[in-house]
Write a protein that binds this ligand. Structure first.
Ligand code: UDP
Length: 140
């Protein structure tokens, strides 16, 4: 597959611990390029919309609280097979099950506060990127 883009979030546990650079180093070492990046405070409305697919899940309220509890870094990553590659680099949702060398294995604190988000499909990547970036914010 040729160049592809995916959407990433460095979550509030990453900004709180001042490890965004360390996480970005893992992303770049994996061959993904950070072609868009912005540090923001997510509003409740943004977080609720972003995680809408999980709104019936028992952890939804806690997830929205967490995602709005501090700054996040939203990113567009580009590279060959970027969606699948970033999922691999992130590791399993639950850091206890994440493989060695993955971001979540190295940095995540719990299944909720798990340091990073990455799109799960190319279609969702497009939708998620459009929620936070315009074309002018991305320079490949
Ligand atoms: N999450 C949680 N408890 C759970 C499962 C998920 O708090 O039991 C949170 C966690 O922050 C996760 C996010 O909800 O990253 C989205 O869940 P998903 O299953 O889509 O995992 P991901 O794609 O982030 O690995």
């Amino acid at each position: 597959m040729a160049n592809e883009r995916t959407f990433s979030i460095l979550k509030p546990d990453a900004t709180r611990r001042n490890i965004t650079g360390a996480v970005n180093a893992v992303i770049e070492a994996a061959g993904l390029r950070i072609v868009g990046q912005r540090r923001i405070r997510m509003t409740r409305a943004q977080a609720e919309k972003f995680y809408e697919v999980h709104k019936e899940r028992p952890f939804f309220g806690e997830l929205v609280e967490f995602m709005t509890s501090g700054p996040v870094v939203v990113q567009v990553l580009e590279g060959e097979n970027a969606v699948a590659k970033y999922r691999e680099v992130m590791g399993a949702t639950n850091p206890a099950q994440a493989a060695d060398g993955t971001i979540r294995k190295q940095f995540a604190e719990s299944v909720g506060e798990n340091t990073v988000h990455g799109s799960d499909s190319a279609d969702n990547a497009k939708i998620e990127i459009a929620q936070f970036f315009t074309d002018a914010d991305i320079a490949a």
